[in-house]
Design a binder for this molecule. Structure first.
Ligand code: SAH
Length: 216
């Protein structure tokens, strides 16, 4: 896989697009400018990797639109060494953005095929999040608590187990909605353990499925 000057140029243009849509966090923009998104796409879609669009990644799933990745990453306010849980590894692209921001990343995926593909692929481009196969609806209790939690699939509700695994002072970002449109919600747990919830507009995600670690 080659990261050519053309790809780098297209990424610069993508950064301008993201800025014009309101993304301002320099660290997030730098991470997206650095990571070759075309590596994460099947050859059919590689020429479109730097359009601000979601694309299929197999197993009926999608890599999120760059704007959505940037928006969720910005809301998380990642600090170096933050311990972050991502639910929905998918292509691994969002996990790499979090790694570039200096986070220690735990990511979980319920589709066996996708999990295996991404687990093999990421180390080949020198990204090493901690990857788990299983139902992320339940989080990763053995590794909790987390400074930050990001859910990258549309959730019917806010899973209690994820809230429990968020540190006091922590932030969770999760798209919530029963239909195919979700509201982006950021949740802050203050030091007294109280929950403060904010809404940030509508997005479209593939569904977060509960109780299904899928071996197909
Ligand atoms: N963050 C990904 C986006 C993946 S799309 C990326 O950067 O490419 C959402 C992913 O969530 C899909 O791969 C889907 O299989 C996964 N998913 C859905 N429900 C899940 C669950 N309960 N636990 C873990 N992963 C889940």
């Amino acid at each position: 896989m080659i990261d050519s000057y053309k790809h780098k140029g297209l990424r610069k243009q993508l950064i301008e697009t993201l800025k014009s849509k309101g993304i301002s966090d320099e660290n997030v923009l730098r991470a997206i400018e650095k990571i070759p998104r075309h590596f994460f796409l099947d050859s059919t879609f590689q020429n479109h990797a730097y359009e601000d669009k979601a694309f299929p990644i197999g197993s009926g799933q999608t890599i999120s639109q760059p704007y959505t990745v940037a928006f969720q990453s910005e809301l998380l306010q990642i600090k170096k060494r933050d311990k972050v849980l991502e639910v929905g590894t998918g292509s691994g692209y969002q996990a790499c953005v979090l790694l570039e921001l200096g986070a220690i990343v735990y990511t979980i995926e319920r589709q066996r095929n996708l999990f295996m593909k991404t687990k093999n692929f990421l180390p080949s481009i020198a990204y090493q999040p901690k990857m788990f196969f299983g139902d992320g609806y339940k989080g990763l209790p053995a590794f909790a608590p987390f400074d930050k939690i990001i859910v990258t699939a549309g959730a019917p509700d806010i899973p209690d187990m994820l809230l429990e695994q968020l540190k006091p002072g922590g932030i969770m970002v999760i798209p919530v909605g029963a239909s195919d449109v979700q509201h982006m919600i950021s949740i802050t747990k203050n030091l007294q353990g109280e929950i403060i919830r904010r809404e940030h507009g509508t997005f479209r995600f593939v569904p977060l499925l509960e109780n299904k670690a899928d071996d197909k």
